[in-house]
Design a protein around this ligand. Structure first.
Ligand code: VAH
Length: 310
């Protein structure tokens, strides 16, 4: 069976539903510190779980005979700046628990999400390569860069089959976002539909790497299903979807809601966004496991407004 830790988060919710669809509801155990939405809670087994509690994680792994773990629990960039030590505790100790279960052969495969947040102010901004200067300047980015090094170490030293991708900012409609800097790109659709206006917490020309959730879920399943020896990068793979600015997403919304207005009131999250790249090179993922993204900004806006407007 498969265990998803952090199953009620933005990615976890959609990943749980997709994996249950693909492998069968009862083979996918969802767990989180709090209960999730109805479709998640109704569709298969759920366990309340504190991901920082090793014994609690191990109990669930043994009870359900878990073979694979997707560790989706983490404190994201904006919230992590407010609670650095809690973010480090959650993001790192949950990873150590899962890597050690794999080292002790209690599970056989691990998925662990990294992020473009591993890159910092000194990183080349455009077409950012997988191997380059990182130097993250956020608590979240530091935890993700360190996590990548631990994943690589556990693979080399103990043969742990842990696989990882660096998600860009993810855009989805099935859940509300939680504490990310890229969440403006989700909030804007909700606000456009309910108020026909949006006050953006980033400057209009802040270009960031983004991806529609369907692409992110497809990439996650693809990297987990391919043969272990095709995974040549055991730190994490760059993933590219699309890159756009708040001005460009606003313009794409105005095609559907002509009266939509945006204003810009940058806050502390501007510094976080300014430390990240504008676009990503994902040639290794394309070469090693045939990755290719599908959704562009136009299609994303159409999907978001259609589903949120229902
Ligand atoms: C965040 N959505 O904003 C996450 C992600 C690249 C951004 O890591 O923190």
């Amino acid at each position: 069976s498969i265990l998803i830790i952090g199953a009620c988060g933005q990615i976890g919710t959609e990943l749980t539903l997709a994996l249950r669809e693909r492998y069968g509801n009862d083979r996918v155990v969802a767990s989180d510190i709090r209960e999730g939405n109805e479709s998640l809670m109704q569709s298969g087994p759920f366990e309340l779980l504190d991901a920082t509690n090793y014994q609690a994680v191990e109990n669930i792994v043994m009870h359900y005979e878990i073979e694979e773990v997707y560790l989706m629990a983490a404190m994201l960039s904006a919230t992590a700046e407010k609670f650095p030590m809690r973010a480090w505790d959650l993001n790192m100790n949950s990873l150590f628990h899962v890597l050690n279960l794999a080292k002790d052969k209690k599970i056989s495969k691990v998925f662990w999400p990294s992020s473009i947040a591993v890159f910092g102010p000194g990183t080349p901004k455009e077409n950012t390569p997988l191997h380059t200067i990182m130097e993250p300047s956020t608590v979240y980015g530091i935890s993700k860069q360190s996590g990548e090094s631990w994943c690589s170490y556990y693979f080399k030293k103990y043969g742990v089959d842990v696989r990882s991708v660096r998600y860009p900012g993810l855009i989805s409609w099935k859940t509300l976002p939680g504490g990310g800097t890229t969440d403006y790109a989700i909030d804007i659709y909700h606000s456009a539909l309910s108020h026909k206006k949006y006050s953006c917490f980033l400057k209009e020309n802040t270009k960031l790497p983004m991806m529609y959730m369907d692409d992110a879920i497809r990439a996650t399943i693809a990297i987990m299903e391919c043969d272990s020896d095709t995974i040549l990068e055991r730190s994490s793979y760059n993933l590219a979807g699309m890159s756009f600015t708040p001005a460009e997403i606003a313009k794409s919304i105005q095609k559907y809601i002509p009266s939509f207005e945006i204003e810009y009131n940058p806050d502390f999250r501007q510094d976080i966004a300014d430390s990240w790249p504008s676009s990503i090179n994902d040639s290794e993922a394309q070469k090693d496991w045939n990755w290719k993204s599908n959704f562009n900004l136009e299609q994303t806006t159409e999907e978001m407004l259609r589903n949120l407007g229902k």
